[in-house]
Design a protein around this ligand. Sequence first.
Ligand code: GDP
Ligand code: MN
Length: 392
Amino acid sequence: MDLFEYQGKQYFARFGIPVSAGGVADTVDEAVVQADAAGYPVVVKAQVQVGGRGKAGGIKLANDADEVRLHAGNILGMDIRGHVVRRLWIEHASDISREYYASFTLDRAAKKYLAMVSAKGGVEIEAVAEEDPTAIARLHIDPSVGFSEADARTLVNEAGLDEEARSGAVQVLQDLYRCYVEGDADLVEVNPLILTPDGRVHALDAKVTLDDNASFRHPEWDGFRDIDELDERERLAKSKGLQYVGLDGYVGIIANGAGLAMSTCDVVNQVGGSPANFLDIGGGANAEVMANALEVINSDSNVRAIFINIFGGITRGEEVANGIATALQRVSIGSPMVIRLDGTNAEEGRAILKTVESDRVISSPTMLAAARKAVELAGTGSGSSGAKGAAK
Ligand code: GDP
Ligand code: MN
């Protein structure tokens, strides 16, 4: 799992590696709030998992709130080599005397860790490796022996870091090694690692790849996954406060309650279909929630039929049915839909649904029959489903 810069810096901080104070922002207004908190001048930084953000215009210094607005507005939504910027990291700007490079990674061929340090930081290390390979000091590390302070000193000296940066860099390298090993990373890279005019050595950028094989012992990594792995549909659902998980199939599912939503996915699979999603609208199946849910499902181009499966409890059947009817007026739905409504006041609810029924909006009293109908309407072409759909 690759971390965003701001997550990498959080990880660094845990191991005592000095990073600047800052905060994330998803909007221009949030960016100003974070900048005010960090203290001017600040750097506005695009959070995308691709290098060279600086060159692409994704990193800008701002001296006041107006400049933050300008840069945040420009950078949010920017496309940096195929990565759209959705989040910014705003940190207090550092004064830079020198820019260095430091990393630990795994050299699989050598079956050892590889440390690299260079006095030529702030540019892509691949470019340095090509133009001036001697500018990179390298050290292979036997994992069973580890990385000593003396090793760190050797690297720093070989790389030719400035005198006043050496002790700070030796400390950062040791902390970075702990971050790499104890933090179960496959890669930790600091570019640039800077020397400030007042003699501090400080991480200005962070690239961290975590070793997924170790995730079982890092429950805290779940927090890193959030925005990273959300697809468009999940982002939309999250913005509407819905419990939604995108799946690969073509039957859109809306249910109330996590258990029912899961059973609904199961029954769709059972009759030969494939769910496009898990969506639990929870207790309040009112028009607003239903319209939001339908909008999210509708935005999924893989969906070919929708299965709404509601069991009225505290929310009564007629409220659910009214919610669906109103939602249908608000959202124009691209796929046929099957509604199974049961539970409290189901009869009243079904009577209301009659008013909106058509050959594209069908009510079906049982979960199994409704699932079959939805799969049939999706026209899967996957053999058995059509036959099963007919055998009611
Ligand atoms: P990258 O281009 O994606 O690697 O992004 P970086 O975080 O490495 O930033 C690129 C460059 O922006 C750095 O090499 C610095 O020259 C500059 N930069 C980033 N943060 C600061 C800062 O706090 N102060 C100053 N003066 N420059 C910065
Ligand atoms: Mn960088």
